[in-house]
Design a protein around this ligand. Sequence first.
Ligand code: UDP
Length: 478
Amino acid sequence: MDHQAPPPPHVLIFPLPFQGPVNCMLKLAELLSAAGLHVTFLVTHHIRHRLLRHSPIQTHFSRYPNFQLVSISDGLPEDHPRLGDQCMELFDALESVTKPLYRQMLTSGGTQKPVNCIIADGILGFAIDIAKEIGMPIISFRTISPCFIWVVFCLPKLIESGEIPFRDNDLDSMITSVPGMENFLRKRDLPSFCRSGDVTDPFIRLFSTESQLSPRADGLILNTFEDLEGPLLSHIRTLCPNLYAIGPLHGHLKSRLAVASPPSSGSFRQEDRTCLAWLDQQPPKSVLYVSFGSLATITKDQLMEFWCGLVNSGKRFLWVIRSDCLGSGGDSERQIPAELQEGTKERGYIVDWAPQVEVLAHSSVGGFLTHSGWNSTLESLFEGVPMICWPSFVDQQVNSRFVGEVWGLGLDMKDTCDRVIVEKMVRDLMEERRDEFERSANRMADLARRSVTEGGLSFQDLDRLIQDIRSMSLPASH
Ligand code: UDP
């Protein structure tokens, strides 16, 4: 007798409402949609509005009839900046406003089809609580770097051993309570919130709580690959044994869907694609791409140090200066001096927002001055582009240490912002030590590509994830 094929499972994907996590989870959503699963992508109203306004998400995902975009309130007024220092207000509002709405949505059939499995950002602890409450499988996805996740898992140890709060101001002294990192982790490489001098700091509390919750999920997805962070992943597996290392996700999309450069369908800002035409006119590997991501803000003084350093280096550069990069207190449009616009005409190009994945894949780009956000790091690494790291917060301090000291993919400029150092580092990366960095960057890019190609470990882990989700949706007798 013929058995009817079971209907495809329905997965609800719930990213943290920031650019990096949304970009990353949207890539997973596409990979699962392409594998034939039903996917509901749940974002906040604010993010939905920005995606529909600035990204081709609707046209891009129209090829997947089983994909739907759904939104929920984040509890903040529309004009809240949701940036840098004010991020904590978003976390508070998610807990007090979004959590009950989310519970109601799941329990009152607000998703059209019944959900078989939830994939939520691991920092949204309430998603795990609610899934457990209603008996639904949940897989956590930490889109932040695994090296940071491991540091965060070790926060109780760091506090117990007295390594945080810091007893003195010597940021170069070594940290010994993070197994696997004893030989290179300094105080200055710990997440920025460890510098607060207060173990009740809201970020320390937030991340400690999250790490206690993560093992309760049915699995943990990480955007990384074994060849990059194998030893660390072994440590994380001691707490979360069902780990799926499926990165780099944007590389996975390129490889599985056989597209040279997938459109970044998740931009919250209008991409200025004129920079690609400008790059077309530059010599191979001659341009330094500069971007500090979607959230970090800088002071006007720092902006000027970077500008002078870049111009004085004599190298070509493409610089993303977001209109809100000076934070809510400054209007960068008005405060950027006319000479900045003028002085860059010769060798520079400035945009408000770039199609970053395409920029990093462009043959004219030879280096990346980055804030070391995890998506940016992986995007650069996948294209074999060496980095200068200027981290701002959360995972960026530890990411930049790995880039500089562990993987040899570039230079770590953390805690300094001086035009002379900027100039020197740009010259070192693009000229003096170029061969050395290029060699290690190419080697790592090769490993990254292999991991997401058939037979690679990330490729296999994504297959296993899809298979596990399918099994979750089968009736109990199967
Ligand atoms: N990005 C982009 N255009 C830009 C700058 C950034 O598309 O001009 C994208 C970038 O490709 C990455 C994301 O924004 O996927 C930033 O994420 P990341 O984790 O690097 O940093 P965050 O913004 O979360 O600090």
